[in-house]
Design a protein around this ligand. Structure first.
Ligand code: MUC
Ligand code: MG
Length: 373
């Protein structure tokens, strides 16, 4: 029997170039920085997790650099010596030494799940209850790009049938200009693709009330986090007044936040990211709350690489509550991979890999190449 005790936790930062710049509301990413965390058991089994934020600390206050300090100096010491199958106990211990820091906690928790599953020679989804599906619909996101570039990119992806729905990042431009850009895109596509927008909490209540109706009019099917993170009542007001689905993203960073969204009827869909929530366990808790409240769940991303993406994919395929698809496309935005077999994207869906643990194996030469020195 394998000794499940954690012997060591090691980290390194990878800087992986993107296939094209990804323009968010306040910053543009040309590379993704990923904290790769390795948990090794006393039997020598190694599990991996990723700590990732979308293009730096603008989204949630953490970055690859802050996560490395939190993991190495504070989180690893409370995990070493415990067993990889003692996840709730380690999560409690982590709460004792780091407040919030959820992206960092996720990276270590996922590495523990991978090491635990590999020790038992089972896939991570088995530890999450077992698969209810083996693939999930996968949307693609476009940064705040000019109209012609968006049309070209979407046309290509539709022709290849890689994605059928698209999330358009907003919030970088003047609101009226931004809405005109999206409405023009919807017209050009003439209903050939499902379109969603993500405003990343950039509009105040007034701006949202003035400009959201035009997006609804243009046929946008879902509006993600238009207004500030803490202002759940503003999201609830919009959710009541406009005939469109709202998705809470920044507003749900814990199971308690999910409960607040449910109590106030603030959104019809919750973006479940294992990163911002602190891992797979908290992700499961959020899905349970959403299901009990009749809120749909979307398996969302912080633009993780293959390790973090596939961790979220195991959860999305083990929980029936993920009934609003996924955006687990992160690896496709990276110019090169660092696993031996890339994740399969086909017919608008992302497919679960087989094999023990997370089901993907690192290409160590590629990992070395991307490691920050
Ligand atoms: C977010 O806020 O949803 C996900 C896809 C993307 O382009 O940005 C992220 C973050
Ligand atoms: Mg979002």
């Amino acid at each position: 029997m394998s000794d499940l005790t954690i012997r060591s936790v090691e980290t390194r930062i990878l800087d992986v170039p993107l296939i094209r710049p990804h323009k968010f509301a306040t910053t543009t990413a040309t590379a993704q920085s990923i904290l790769l965390v390795a948990v090794t058991t006393e039997s020598g089994v190694v599990g991996y997790g990723e700590g990732v934020t979308p293009g730096g600390p603008w989204w949630g206050g953490e970055s690859a650099e802050t996560m490395q300090v939190l993991v190495e100096k504070y989180l690893a010491p409370v995990a070493v010596g415990r067993r990889v199958d003692e996840i709730p106990a380690v999560l409690e211990a982590m709460e004792g030494v780091v407040a919030r820091g959820r992206f960092a906690k996720a990276s270590l928790e996922i590495a523990m799940f991978d090491a635990w599953a590999r020790s038992l020679d089972v896939p991570v989804r088995s530890l999450l209850g077992g698969a209810v599906r083996d693939s999930i619909e996968c949307t693609w996101a476009l940064g705040a790009m000019p109209l012609e570039e968006m049309v070209e990119e979407i046309d290509e992806l539709l022709a290849a049938d890689r994605h059928r729905t698209f999330k358009l990042k907003m919030g970088a431009l003047d609101p009226a200009e931004d809405v005109a850009r999206i409405a023009a895109l919807a017209e050009r596509l003439e209903g050939r693709a499902g379109l969603r927008v993500d405003i990343n909490a950039r509009w105040d209540r007034f701006t949202a009330n003035v400009h959201l109706p035009a997006l609804v009019e243009a046929g946008i099917e879902l509006i993600e986090q238009p207004t500030p993170t803490e202002q759940i009542e503003v999201l609830a007001e919009l959710n009541r007044s406009l005939p469109v689905q709202f998705m809470a993203d920044e507003s749900v960073q814990s199971p308690h936040d999910a409960l607040e969204v449910a109590r106030r009827d603030a959104a019809g869909v919750i973006a479940v990211k294992t990163t911002k929530l602190g891992g797979l366990t908290r992700g499961k808790e959020v899905v349970a709350i959403a299901r009990a409240a009749g809120i749909a769940c979307h398996a969302a991303t912080s633009l993780e690489g293959p390790i973090g993406t596939v961790a979220s994919l195991h959860l999305a395929c083990a929980e029936p509550g993920f009934n609003y698809g996924s955006e687990l496309f992160g690896p496709l935005l990276l110019a090169e991979t660092y696993v031996t077999t890339p994740i399969r994207y086909e017919a608008g869906r992302v497919h679960l890999p087989s094999g023990p643990g997370l089901g993907v194996e690192l290409d160590h030469d590629a990992v070395d190449k991307f490691t920050r020195r």
